[in-house]
Ligand binder design. Sequence first.
Ligand code: NAD
Ligand code: MG
Length: 380
Amino acid sequence: MKRIAILGSTGSIGVNALNVIREFKDQFSVYALTVNSKIDLLEEQINEFHPKVVVVRDEKKAVELKSRIGNKCEVLSGDKGLIEAASSDDYDILLTALVGFAGLAPTIEGIKKRKRIALANKETLVVAGELIINLCKEYQTELIPVDSEHSAIFQVLVGENQTEINKLILTASGGPFRELSKNELMNVTIEQALKHPNWSMGSKITIDSASMMNKGLEVIEAHWLFNLPKEKIEVIVHPQSIIHSMVEFVDGSIKAQLSLPDMKLPIQYSFTYPQRFKSSYEETNFAKLRNLTFYEPDLDKFECLKLAYDVMESGGTAPCILNAANEIAVESFLNRKIKFTQISDTIKLALDKIENHKAPNMETIFECDRQTREFLYSNI
Ligand code: NAD
Ligand code: MG
């Protein structure tokens, strides 16, 4: 029986992970569930999955939950609570399904405890990729990607030799705006941006998909996970989201991983690797699919993707600045403070004004994130 701690259990990945656990009750149990503030859903999850510990980041909500559930399980709160849950000895797999920079600190604890990290929170590798990969090496901790593209590549690479990779080909759906012109992007609404054609996800990643920043973050994530330079990581738009990514090898052979778009599969694989468990998910029917199409992304229209490639070139804390600025910009767009096209402007402003520290340590990363947020809160 593998005991799982889910950071962000009320989100899109968290709920899907609990669907996987429900399907394999005799293989997996829940050790911890953590949420930001949604205690109604958390209470339902507690009654069904009987975790030992829960964390509610919002202190008031934590008190309210405690009064409701009595001593069904331990209730912790705040960022401190997250750290405490992640650094427990009493679980096996840490699924990092919370959103944004907040994922970094508890992931570090999980790595130090040598837990398998099922990594959904791509921001962790974007902001501190080198430090996280080195920490995993130091503690001999497994880092298994949950992001569908990276899970695809990870699956494709089983049994292959890293030195024989020619390039990675990350597929992108292109999001809801792939057919719009650069001018038309100026006036898109929040409601349009939140309508992803293929995936149902949290609001931050859905906006990132619309701006293609999500693919930019994924290029950086792939760079660290698979130890390849940016020149060897290509993005191709594939609107059907059936091929989740591909690897081209030096002999010209290309291997891909395909399935219907459903995050349960990569989540399940991150729990069961190196095994595969028989599931009851919908089968892929090629006769029904008919067409799989591809085209090059437009970096002029989707400037966020270009900015992500640029910060890889700059290195240091530039990816951390990009990430923090993007988080603030997405939040501001969702609060109707800025237009969709101002997301990339906000990131450029931060990259221009905040100093890039080369070879940062973890402290520098936290400071850079804080500084970028502070700067933007008083400048947009
Ligand atoms: P979501 O917004 O649906 O859920 C986020 C979860 O984290 C919620 O349970 C929320 O309570 C919790 N949370 C949010 N902010 C927090 C904070 N500051 N401290 C503690 N908890 C907090 O997000 P999601 O779509 O499930 O995405 C989660 C992560 O997985 C993101 O990093 C995203 O990029 C990545 N990811 C998601 C998908 C997907 O299909 N949704 C696919 C690939 C990768
Ligand atoms: Mg993805």
